[in-house]
Ligand binder design. Structure first.
Ligand SMILES: C[S@@+](CC[C@H](N)C(=O)[O-])C[C@H]1O[C@@H](n2cnc3c(N)ncnc32)[C@H](O)[C@@H]1O
Length: 241
């Protein structure tokens, strides 16, 4: 009997936002794996710290590249494709041996999650179960106290990696927005928000629900880039009694 792969959503950072189910799956897993940047512990691994069994085998999966090569470069795509194949093989070896594997995921596994690359590769051969997690943006809504969507407001979620033109066009036609993956894209995102007339309403959140959390109006943020765990919220202002 092969083991089961569990994609376990661990929420935005605060370990108290880990669901009861996620905590149980991690505690019971004989093998625990997670993605991380080389030389880093990994955010999902840090959230799960209090839940991993002492005897569990721990399998870090280190990205070969993160921001060193532009993601539009073919070399970036090739390196990541190879990495996901090798990571899938590493987990398949444990699953073939009959061990269940918990793959730790920051936020929700099915929302811009690296887990999805292994899910697609392994689900034809193994039983795979996904445990929903509180997404980073949900954590940030609550942490910043922003009432995001009212009545028939439309919420648009945008990666900051889009072109300035794309960002501005989509922002101009939405009521509320979440902009993720800021990093060096911050100045471009700020320009697009200004073009769409949303800059003054935007709120910046760094490390939402985690130690070092920082929340301020975007207009007061000075800087040409933002850390990986940051996003911008534009709250909706729609129909309400
Ligand atoms: C690859 S996506 C992963 C999303 C994750 N699966 C989720 O459900 O939120 C990473 C991006 O999510 C956003 N993010 C996730 N958690 C966050 C947090 N706690 N605070 C601020 N931004 C966060 C950042 O914009 C970051 O660049």
């Amino acid at each position: 009997m092969s083991g089961v792969l569990y994609g376990v959503g661990l929420g935005p950072g605060d370990p108290e936002l880990v669901t009861i189910k996620a905590a149980r799956l991690v505690r019971e897993a004989p093998v625990v794996a997670w993605f991380a940047k080389k030389g880093r512990r990994g955010h999902a691994r840090a959230i799960a710290d209090g839940f991993i069994a002492f005897a569990a085998e721990q399998v870090p999966l280190y990205y070969p590249v993160t921001t060193e090569i532009p993601f539009a470069d073919a070399a970036y795509e090739q390196a990541l494709a190879r990495f996901y194949e090798e990571s899938a093989d590493a987990l398949a070896k444990r699953l073939d041996g009959g061990a269940d594997v918990a793959l730790l995921c920051e936020g929700d596994p099915m929302f811009y999650g690296s887990f999805m690359h292994l899910y697609e590769r392994l689900r034809p051969r193994y039983r795979v179960e996904v445990c929903a997690g509180v997404s980073g943006m949900s954590g940030c809504f609550a942490a910043s106290g922003q009432t995001m969507t009212w009545g028939d407001d439309v919420l648009t979620v945008l990666p900051g990696t889009l072109s300035e033109q794309d960002l501005a066009t989509r922002l101009a036609t939405t009521d509320a927005a979440v902009v993720m993956k800021l990093g060096a894209n911050l100045p471009k995102v700020e320009r697009a928000l200004r073009t769409a007339g949303l800059f003054e309403r935007a709120v910046y959140i760094e490390r939402g629900t985690m130690p070092g959390e920082r929340i301020l109006p975007l207009a007061r943020l000075a800087g040409a880039s933002a850390p990986y765990f940051s996003m911008i919220l534009v709250p909706g202002n729609g129909r309400r009694p």
